[in-house]
Design a protein around this ligand. Structure first.
Ligand code: CA
Length: 705
């Protein structure tokens, strides 16, 4: 019968088999509007960040399923030359994987073998790392008609030839004299590359831009917060938004940077994205007379062709807690109260799970998915949270759930239309907030206007351990219609990986303690687990080559939690621990184990200054150094632990680094604009006291053994 079809059909069939479907002769990354819109018909490829425009991160592939997932083994792994965070979701098109690593480096790999096809390093100046709150990460690329698009940490958008990795064009999307950064994956809609930016702790005004994919020409830009009201507003929404602010917010920039999530609804032609916190965090310092401060901490929809405003929903009006609303935005069609509803969903950093009408932005339902202490619920009449007290910690410091780490952060969630459940990496990390009465805006530094001295650990090791144990992390399966938890899988601690749901009845998730797991999507039963030897935080994905299904994830120790909360981290990094790990049924490859040998702390120098000076140094450290070097100078291992540094015994050498910028090429910039010599000496005295405390504790516990 096949013979009867003739040679032409036979050749076509052969080609289709060889390439896993289609697009022979179109070259690499041959993705267009039709292919992206119909992504569900092409399940062997993963052509955009959340797989499809709905960003559901649900794959129709089912060759790997609940019955055989136990046979999953390593197909290949690829070493990324980094010891910094790996947060990218790989893209796979017609047998080629495109993925990024820290410092916005792009790799093209053979998706079947892991062989390197090309690598593009945008050579981001290392001092830009100082402007990145949360490690020098990148969450991936977009692809379109033979090109690969990456947004770099220093604010460029670069189009690369998918065949060679050579740049076709590059544009600067931000004012590089300001502390903007970009860590998000761009999205491409009808030949327009959509990209936002980060920097709402440092001194920026957020916006989303659309660039022409062919030429790099700017097509439209939508600002998320109003600028200087003495100058003309960009549009009537900015004019209206300015009425919800007071004071001189524009001098700080205002914030509201849209730094991660985006989704696109082709039917309404709306691009939906989330915005970040205000600058500074504390509203009293940003907008002294209060107000909602639109469009901070909001979900916004704009016309994808023009950037024209369609609707917004603000999750945290007048935010004072760093409650970015930038977490995954997932589109789905649900039946609610017997009616079909087109929705957008978000498990927001503030602890509430929101279901909105994605065409109108109207709130359908909201419920807390983790313990929430700052609000009692969401008022369905106004759509606003019912806050507990309204003074935003003016009366005194408050310890609160969630904190700036969020009940859920950037780690992408997934939704399975088969189970109707959302799979959500959730966590409980408390945070202390208090007013900083002496706040003065310092562009390019950490500007929260909160009392950073509250970020101090209790001195007693037992109290510290108890604090660490109070941090929780778990995978939740959430029913978005009933707004309730269906099952949960507990993890050892917070800050676990993004999720992938598949038609094989599986949910995949990496964990902070260096594992990659599969669960039964219906009931949460653990079905498979493997050791990745590094925190595995990125969004997993799946694809096929030659009819065989692969499951891939980025693993790499790094990102904000490990910069800040080193005391809570058991497994630390190694000099080159970033990897892409890829699994298939019957895979037999072996993952090389990195050297995770603990380095012993050298005997620290004796106290360099009286206790009072060291205490002053602690306060200065909290303000300027903690965000990278960790609570109480305990590093999570992403960047050097100062307590181990020989420089703490060398006043001149220490000063050379902190004021002289001697380690600028590693990302440690000079703080000469903010700190005086006496401040630096006090910081050094403080780090010496922490080194002595750490050394004494290590030796006490060694003695006890
Ligand atoms: Ca933030």
């Amino acid at each position: 019968m096949r013979r009867g079809l003739g040679p032409w059909v036979a050749v076509t069939l052969l080609a289709a088999t060889a390439l896993g479907g289609c697009h022979l002769g179109h070259g690499p990354a041959a993705v267009d509007a039709a292919r992206l819109t119909d992504a569900d018909k092409d399940p062997g490829n993963w052509m955009s960040h959340g797989r499809s425009y709905s960003e559901q991160r649900f794959s129709p592939l089912d060759k790997v399923n609940a019955d055989n997932v136990k046979d999953l083994g390593l197909a290949w792994s690829f070493q990324l030359s980094t010891n910094r965070g790996v947060e990218a979701t790989p893209i796979v098109v017609d047998g080629t994987m495109y993925v990024t690593s820290s410092w916005s480096v792009v790799y093209a790999l053979n998706a079947k073998t892991g062989e390197l096809l090309w690598k593009y390093d945008p050579k981001v100046p290392r001092e830009v790392g100082h402007n990145a709150c949360c490690d020098v990460v990148n969450r991936g690329v977009a692809v379109w008609k033979g090109r690969v698009y990456v947004a770099t940490l220093d604010g460029r958008l670069v189009a690369l030839d998918a065949k060679t990795g050579n740049p076709a064009w590059s544009v600067v999307t931000v004012d590089q004299s300001k502390p903007y950064t970009i860590t998000m994956a761009p999205r491409i809609i009808k030949g327009r590359v959509m990209v936002g930016n980060s920097g709402s702790e440092y001194g920026v005004r957020g916006y989303v831009s659309a660039y022409d994919a062919d030429s790099g020409k700017l097509i439209w830009r939508f600002f998320t917060v109003p600028g200087d009201p003495s100058k003309p507003f960009e549009n009537k929404q900015m004019e209206a938004a300015a009425k919800t602010w007071s004071g001189e917010w524009w001098k700080f920039g205002g914030g509201g940077s849209p730094w991660d999530s985006m989704a696109y609804d082709p039917e309404s032609n709306l691009l939906i994205f989330g915005t970040g916190n205000g600058l500074p965090w504390d509203e009293k310092a940003r907008s002294p007379k209060g107000g909602d401060n639109l469009f901070l901490s909001s979900i916004i929809a704009v016309n994808a062709d023009t950037g024209e405003y369609a609707w917004h929903y603000q999750t945290t009006p007048g935010d004072s807690w760093d409650f970015d609303s930038t977490q995954t935005l997932t589109l789905a069609d649900l039946t609610i109260d017997g009616k079909p509803r087109k929705v957008v969903m978000q498990a927001s950093k503030n602890g509430f799970f929101y279901v909105l009408d994605r065409v109108t932005g109207k709130l359908i339902s909201a419920r807390n998915y983790v313990p929430v202490t700052w609000a009692k619920g969401v008022d369905m009449a106004t759509g606003k949270p019912i806050e507990v007290g309204d003074d935003h910690y003016k009366a005194g410091p408050e310890v609160q759930f969630p904190s700036s780490f969020g009940g859920h952060n950037w780690h992408p969630m997934s939704f399975s239309p088969k189970t109707g459940l959302v799979y959500l990496p959730a966590q409980e990390v408390p945070g202390a907030y208090g007013t900083d009465d002496k706040f003065a805006f310092n562009p390019g530094q950490w500007n929260t206007a909160t009392n950073t001295d509250l970020n101090t650990l209790p001195p007693d090791p037992k109290a510290r351990a108890a604090m660490k144990n109070a941090f929780k992390g778990y995978l939740i399966a959430w029913d978005p219609v009933a707004q309730k938890e269906v099952w949960r899988a507990a993890h050892k601690g917070p800050w676990n990986g993004g999720t992938l749901a598949t038609a094989g009845g599986l949910v995949f998730q990496g964990t902070a303690d260096g594992h990659f797991n599969a669960y039964d999507a219906a009931n949460g039963k653990p079905l498979w687990s493997t050791d990745t030897y590094a925190a595995t935080l990125a969004g997993p994905m799946t694809y096929t080559v030659d009819g065989e299904q692969y499951v891939a994830v980025g693993a790499g120790f790094g990102s904000i939690f490990y910069l800040v909360a080193g005391f809570a981290v058991d497994q630390k990094g190694s000099p080159e621990n970033g990897r892409i790990v890829v699994y298939k049924l019957g895979g037999k490859a072996v993952l090389p184990k990195p050297d995770l040998t603990k380095i012993e702390m050298p005997k620290p120098p004796a106290a360099a200054a009286p206790q009072a000076i060291a205490a002053q140094g602690h306060s200065t450290f909290n303000k300027y150094c903690l965000v990278c070097h960790g609570y109480n100078a305990i590093s999570g291992g992403v960047i050097p632990d100062l307590r181990y540094s020989p420089l703490i015994g060398d006043a001149a050498g220490f000063k050379d680094v902190v004021l002289g910028g001697a380690r600028k090429s590693n990302g440690m910039v000079s703080f000469a604009g903010s700190l005086k010599e006496a401040d630096v000496e006090a910081i050094r005295a403080y780090v010496i006291t922490e080194a002595n405390a750490g050394y004494a504790q290590e030796h006490a516990s060694a003695g006890a053994r």
